[in-house]
Design a protein around this ligand. Structure first.
Ligand SMILES: [Zn+2]
Length: 364
């Protein structure tokens, strides 16, 4: 990714705290039948459970019955696997470590299914519902996730993160607080693969639709073809510099095609993170498409040429090489504005391949 988000603390984290309590204090200690007493360690959640018990509402009944069914399945789990699950639950919720430390091992639904299929079934039924339109967290007792908590979190988030550009691609704008719409939150570790973290906001990040729905989908940033892979963490406090270089194999800039461009994206010491990023978000093809676009790459080139003609006529500027140098500096001045992160290396490559030479003073 081009840059990282700043994580914000928010009331919405309370939902993850409820889930942590259920996992560590209730389910891992499952023994015998479930009753409200088992929730004594969290009086607030215990009261919600009791109130839901008097409700006919579908979501309330789903919440209570899920807690009970998962409890009953955990009561059948052997102590060794419970201890393993404790560590794995911690791992699935420590998204930063999973991204930057390959010795940290997450757990997938499939791995739980291989040991305790009924437990996996109940966990998946519960966790897969928690952040959708059918989530029990949408109830007033939990603060109405979709109606109130998400909009409130989004507003606070965009106040802290006001670049207005999707950090995962740098191409698309993302909705900030000046518009009434908002981007969807992506589950960075896909919720269809990994249990235990669907409302952990360290695993959730607003993302442009092209990145989220059209490229990432359910692709896993940390495992590829069964091999653990390092990945950029969306909330990392420091992010390495990304270096983008192009090699244009054609001088026919007006009709540039995909195959005319070699793109080298690198970051010293972060090869795997770069590979994961390119793979998950289809970065190479999207950047090449931008360079071949007649209103982007080709226009970036034309603007340098046309701009010089205007500058010559209006300001008497005659040194073309200095003009190009100035335009290169302009392009790279703000990497998040007008695709500067790509425009600058693109124009630099045009210059190094001599594509501006025919327009230089004295050239034929
Ligand atoms: Zn994006």
């Amino acid at each position: 990714m081009l840059f990282t988000y700043r994580y914000i603390s928010h009331d919405i984290e309370k939902l993850q705290e409820y889930l942590d309590f259920l996992f560590y204090e209730v389910w891992l200690n499952a023994n015998g039948e479930f009753d409200a007493e088992k929730l004594n360690g969290n009086p607030e959640l215990r009261q919600i459970y009791i109130d839901f018990g008097n409700s006919e509402g579908k979501w309330a009944m789903f919440f209570n019955s899920s807690i009970e069914k998962i409890y009953s399945e955990f009561a059948k789990v052997d102590e060794d696997f419970k201890a393993e699950l404790r560590t794995l639950y911690e791992a699935n919720n420590d998204v930063e470590s999973l991204c930057c430390d390959k010795s940290r091992i997450p757990v997938t639904y499939d791995e739980i299914k291989a040991r305790y299929p009924d437990l996996e079934k109940e966990l998946r039924a519960f966790y897969s519902k928690l952040c959708g339109t059918e989530s029990p967290f949408n109830l007033e007792a939990f603060g109405q996730l979709n109606k109130k908590m998400i909009p409130s979190h989004y507003e606070a988030f965009m106040t802290e993160n006001e670049d207005g550009v999707c950090p995962f691609c740098g191409i698309s704008k993302i909705d900030g607080n000046n518009v009434s719409t908002r981007e969807a939150y992506d589950h960075y570790l896909p919720k269809s693969i990994y249990p235990f973290n669907p409302v952990n906001f360290k695993n959730l990040a607003p993302m442009c639709d092209k990145c989220n729905s059209r490229n990432k989908g359910t692709k896993d940033p940390i495992i590829f073809q069964n091999i653990r892979q390092l990945s950029f963490y969306p909330y990392a406090q420091t992010h390495p510099e990304i270096d983008i270089r192009l090699d244009l194999k054609s001088k026919n800039i007006k009709h540039l095609k995909f195959e005319d461009i070699d793109l080298v994206i690198s970051s010293e010491g972060h090869d795997e993170e770069i590979e994961s990023w390119k793979r998950v978000f289809g970065i190479e093809n999207r950047y090449k498409a931008l360079c071949c676009d007649k209103n982007e790459g080709i226009e970036w080139f034309n603007t340098v040429i046309d701009g010089f003609e205007n500058a010559k006529e209006l300001c008497g500027i005659t040194d073309f090489d200095r003009w190009v140098d100035m335009k290169l500096r302009d392009a790279g001045r703000n990497k998040l504005s007008n695709f500067g992160f790509l425009k600058e290396p693109f124009l630099r490559e045009c210059m190094s391949k001599g594509l501006f030479s025919p327009y230089s003073e004295g050239a034929p």
